[in-house]
Design a protein around this ligand. Structure first.
Ligand SMILES: [Zn+2]
Length: 345
């Protein structure tokens, strides 16, 4: 765990990225500019506790998301090797993602552009890809598929690129297994967004979330009613807390579903308490007035080190996140803001 002295908190929040470090006691943290415009504002644990729906322990039998299938999708990315922005491996990964989506009947949209940071050296191509299915009010699930070009938290080889088993591959794996398994309800559009250039932040003057920022400003489909970003969610030792820049209502829904599915608790994956404040791909959407959350497990010692490989992942961890999102995405449309109803098996 990374705990920063209070005097460094503001600096840390401004400088860090994907997982920009964070703080267990955020009352002293200055919210980012993006979070100040958040629809849900900054999270306060008290309000979330009182408005949380009380789920029944019934587990739906209709959930199909498979943890082992997701593991194989993550392993494929690890086998490609490091996948930093601007690399051939990133293009290989993008093309594979696109093929996976199309094989499951998703329309795909590419977003290609070039980016150079102010005062930076490299001008690099950036490649987002989105899968779109269904018509109607949209929900967007996003993950970054680029990996960090430098393991700057690694004590021994900080110049080497990371494999990104958890920080990259895990989120993509969840989205692709969702592409196979979700039954989109009538009148709903689902967008599966794969962001490039999340994890070059702080290198060559690049910010984090370059790809997500471009997408938030150039929406590829209907304007999403809600956005869920998944990042670093596959750690076998899974601990997903409520991220503090995230929209409270969406988090209420997600954590209520997690509880219903039996995934809530200190060792069950989802811990229904606020903890970290993270700069990640949800912030550009919040800046556009779109409610968004970041599902992230920042209690991850291998973060931005060469140890962040697919060896760190657990099939059950991927399955928990995938099934929660599967359940959430399959809620019927039309009863106001994402009503949580029982899924009949
Ligand atoms: Zn990262």
């Amino acid at each position: 765990m990374r705990v920063f002295p209070l005097s460094l908190l503001v600096l840390a929040v401004m400088l860090a990225g994907c997982a920009s470090p964070a703080v267990p006691t955020p009352e002293s943290v200055v919210p980012s500019q993006a979070s100040a415009t958040a629809v849900g504002g900054t999270a306060t644990p008290e309000s979330t506790a009182t408005t949380q729906p009380q789920p029944s322990p019934t587990i739906s039998s209709t959930l199909e998301f498979g943890g082992e299938q997701a593991m194989a999708l993550a392993q494929h990315q690890c086998d490609i090797g490091p996948r930093p922005t601007g690399s051939e491996a990133l293009i290989t990964t993008r093309d594979w993602i696109e093929a996976q989506l199309q094989a499951q009947g998703w329309q795909t949209v590419r977003q290609d552009f070039e980016y150079q940071a102010q005062g930076g050296q490299a001008r690099l191509p950036v490649h987002n890809v989105v899968g779109i299915k269904g018509e109607g009010p949209a929900l967007l699930i996003g993950a970054h598929f680029d990996t960090r070009p430098q393991a700057d938290q690694d004590p021994n080889q900080p110049q080497q690129p990371i494999i990104g088993g958890n920080d990259g591959a895990s989120g993509v794996a969840v989205l692709l297994e969702l592409a196979r398994t979700i039954d989109i309800p009538p009148g709903r559009q689902v967008q599966l967004a794969f962001f490039d250039a999340e994890d070059r932040g702080g290198i060559d003057n690049w910010p984090f979330s370059v790809g997500a920022a471009h997408m938030a400003e150039n929406l590829p489909g209907a304007r999403p009613e809600a956005v869920v970003v998944v990042d670093m969610i596959g750690d076998a030792d899974q601990q997903i807390f409520r991220e503090r820049n995230s929209n409270i209502e969406i988090n209420n829904q997600i954590f209520a579903i997690a509880a219903r599915l039996g995934y809530e608790g200190q060792t069950e994956g989802f811990i229904n308490q606020p903890k970290w404040t993270i700069i990640d791909d949800h912030l550009p959407f919040i800046s556009q007035g779109i409610p968004a959350i970041d599902l992230i497990d920042f209690d991850y010692p291998a973060w931005h080190t060469l140890d962040d490989t697919c060896q760190q992942l657990g099939a059950l961890s991927l399955e928990r996140v995938g099934r929660v999102l599967e359940f959430w995405l399959e809620q019927p449309v039309g009863q106001g803001y994402l009503p949580l109803v029982k899924k009949e098996g």
